[in-house]
Ligand binder design. Structure first.
Ligand code: B12
Ligand code: SF4
Length: 612
């Protein structure tokens, strides 16, 4: 509810916009309903509410907050500008959580506000990642700064937003707020929160929150470690309970915990314990999606407690099944010899598993990629595979190295959405790489494999075949028909003729509208056909007499000769060597006295190896 300022108070508007990015035709990717409310927008809104409560602009100023998530709401700068000039005239426009692919859209929006003499500040991973890793600002940031746009690098907690609000109020926004050298603690910070109307513009019953930031690993394609650090910082169980209760009171019972790697949140256990207590108490129906690494099953009780806490879906950074590729990406912690055990354990605890998989590592070719997808389908009990182009994201070590070497990277940041190729591959041509990426999506989401996944879910005592089908359909339909990555998908694509990317012409209405309507109708028809086909597969699976006895290689209990028999360990690049490493490590674990020498790099030599 908007409160009216008293007669003695002046209004200051803080307009927070989470921008989207452009599709290949230059129209913002927007939906009638998007999937999940933005956590960054919720964090900023929570911090701003707190700043208003503390009256950081003085007793005479009321801060009025406006939040826009452009993935599900059209942003009309002209209307916002009119509203501000009618209601006091003073404001800060914050473009929040701006990723590299959203930077061009953010700047296009900012242009309009800057032209109306309003102060604009952009924050998020593009700014923080570039400031963290590059010796100088890239050209796109310099151009934006020349327009008068201010930047915020780092995190806004610990009272840092106050300074930006005060400077905007005083008309003295600094060109750059750089907080990269200090990572704030999260305990006791205001909860991420959004007005109820935001939730209604998404799937409706799901909210997001971050319980921790930072990850100890060093994957070379990752930006997170260079922006949020490698030390685990986390919210407290009390913070968590407050967030859950606030949402529960509004009817929201499902949450996406956005931590990149919840298994490395040092406080995972007290956090899970609090959720278990809430479920046993007055919030019985809460459910969660988390992101974890491939070693999480080795943490005693982690998966058991996750299940008790209501974790129903997990995103796992599998990334690849070729050990040579994993080593090239410094993802040494991922061991393919653990994958089956880890996925089977999640399955036993009733979670739907979604694995991220990267296409385009140096060892990849189109043939090897398609071979690997078939191995995954056959040997790993995985429900969803999300594919990504290997992308040198600004803020990652990969990007920094290519930048330093002057290697070509696509200059259009709009394409850095992991669904476009933005670099060259050492072995595949550009066309071959793009073809391999699309072919990998198609190869995983075939009707036959959807049937296999549903059979696996139906045979599992805790399986949820209907939910598995909904998730499978989302990934299949968006990847096949919308031209965007499923993680950016939504329900019913919206397009507005006048919202085209800066520099592109406005299309003729007689071309734009008929094409939009025809595209929508064709998609609706294809959606219907695919739904009908998959629904009949589900019906067959559920009514099958063999439903509970179904088994296959992926879900069968580990075999004695598992490591000799499976292609996962023999057909992949580096699989044999990974197996040898596992055998050596097992031998050391079983008989530590056999280690006679450890190299500075950590390799261990056994007695019999030395004798040989
Ligand atoms: C959760 C998440 C998602 C969820 C979003 C869910 C949701 N609704 O919240 C989903 C799965 C949908 C998703 C999708 C994508 N994501 Co994502 N995502 C994340 C993740 C893991 C957490 C985001 C988050 O909540 N962070 C916590 C917030 C609080 O941090 P923050 O955004 O940096 O904001 C703080 C500061 O930057 C600052 N700040 C930010 N804005 C502003 C503005 C002002 C004015 C001020 C003063 C301060 C300020 O204050 C904030 C509070 O401290 C991040 C990684 C990460 N650790 O952040 C990746 C990340 C942001 N995603 C990334 C990418 C690439 C994508 C996709 C393009 C990839 C894809 N194809 O899947 C899509 C794009 C979809 C879209 N339209 O946004 C990259 C971006 C890298 C880059 N250089 O651009 C990241 C960093 C992960 C990575 N791979 O490196 N993502
Ligand atoms: S495990 Fe995930 S979050 Fe951690 S460094 Fe690797 S990619 Fe980044």
């Amino acid at each position: 509810m908007i409160s009216t300022p008293s007669r003695l108070q002046t209004l200051f508007h803080f307009v927070m916009i989470k921008p989207t990015h452009y599709d290949d035709d230059g129209y913002p990717i927007q939906w009638f309903r998007s999937a999940i409310p933005s956590n960054t927008l919720a964090c900023l809104n929570g911090l701003a509410q707190d700043a208003d409560r503390r009256q950081v602009l003085g007793l005479q100023v009321q801060i009025r907050l406006h939040t826009y998530d452009e993935t599900n709401r059209r942003v009309r700068p002209d209307k916002i500008i009119r509203m501000i000039s009618k209601e006091g005239g003073k404001a800060l426009i914050g473009l929040v959580g701006v990723q590299s692919n959203q930077f061009p859209r953010a700047v296009d929006l900012a242009r309009r506000f800057v032209a109306a003499q309003l102060p604009v500040c952009i924050g998020g991973f593009h700014i923080s990642g570039c400031i963290a890793m590059l010796p100088e600002m890239p050209p796109d940031m310099r151009e934006a700064q020349a327009l008068g746009i201010s930047f915020f690098a780092g995190e806004a907690e610990d009272g840092r937003l106050d300074q930006v609000l005060r400077d905007a109020w005083n008309g003295k926004l600094a060109p750059l707020y750089n907080h990269m050298d200090q990572l704030p603690a999260l305990q006791g910070e205001p909860s991420p929160t959004l007005p109820r109307k935001h939730i209604r513009r998404t799937s409706g019953s799901l909210s997001s929150m971050d319980l921790g930031r930072g990850c100890p690993y060093q994957c070379s394609f990752c930006t997170i470690i260079n922006v949020q650090g490698r030390k685990s910082r986390f919210r407290s169980p009390d913070d968590l309970e407050r967030i859950v209760r606030e949402n529960y009171a509004q009817g929201i019972k499902r949450f996406f915990i956005t931590d990149d790697n919840f298994a490395r949140n040092r406080d995972w256990e007290p956090l899970f314990d609090r959720l278990i207590a809430l479920r046993a108490g007055d919030c019985p129906k809460i459910g969660f999606t988390i992101q974890v690494d491939t070693l999480c099953h080795k943490i005693p009780n982690f998966i058991e407690k996750a299940a008790q806490a209501g974790v129903r879906r997990v995103f796992i950074g599998l990334e690849n099944i070729n050990p040579d590729n994993l080593i090239a990406a410094k993802k040494r912690q991922n061991k393919i010899t653990d994958y089956r055990q880890m996925l089977q354990k999640w399955r036993e605890h009733g979670a739907i598993t979604c694995a991220g998989y990267i296409i385009g590592f140096p060892g990849d070719s189109k043939a090897s990629i398609l071979r690997d997808i078939e191995i995954i389908k056959r040997e790993l009990p995985l429900d969803i595979l999300e594919l990504f182009f290997l992308t040198p994201l600004p803020g990652s070590e990969d990007h920094k190295i290519l930048w330093q070497n002057g290697t070509w990277m696509d200059p259009d940041m709009n394409k850095y959405d992991l669904n476009h190729r933005v670099a060259h591959h050492s072995k595949m041509s550009d066309a071959e790489w793009e073809d391999a990426y699309r072919a990998a999506w198609e190869a995983f989401y075939t009707p036959e494999h959807i049937r296999t996944i549903l059979c696996r879910a139906a045979a599992n005592r805790l399986g949820r075949p209907k939910t598995a089908l909904t998730t499978l359909l989302w990934f299949k339909l968006v990847s096949a028909y919308e031209g965007v990555h499923p993680l950016e998908g939504g329900a019913l694509r919206m397009k507005f003729r006048s919202d085209r990317r800066h520099g592109l012409p406005r299309e003729n209405a007689l071309v734009f509208y008929p094409r939009y309507l025809a595209q929508t109708a064709v998609k609706a028809w294809r959606y219907w056909l695919t739904y009908r086909e998959c629904k009949s597969i589900l019906d067959e699976v559920l009514s099958s007499q063999n439903r509970s006895t179904y088994t296959d290689l992926a879900i069968a209990a580990p075999r004695e000769d598992e490591f000799e028999a499976l292609d996962l360990y023999h057909a992949t690049n580096g699989g044999e060597a990974a197996l040898a490493r596992k055998r050596r490590d097992d031998a050391i674990r079983n008989n530590p006295s056999r280690v006679i020498w450890q190299t500075p790099a950590g390799s261990r030599l056994l007695v019999d190896e030395a004798i040989e």
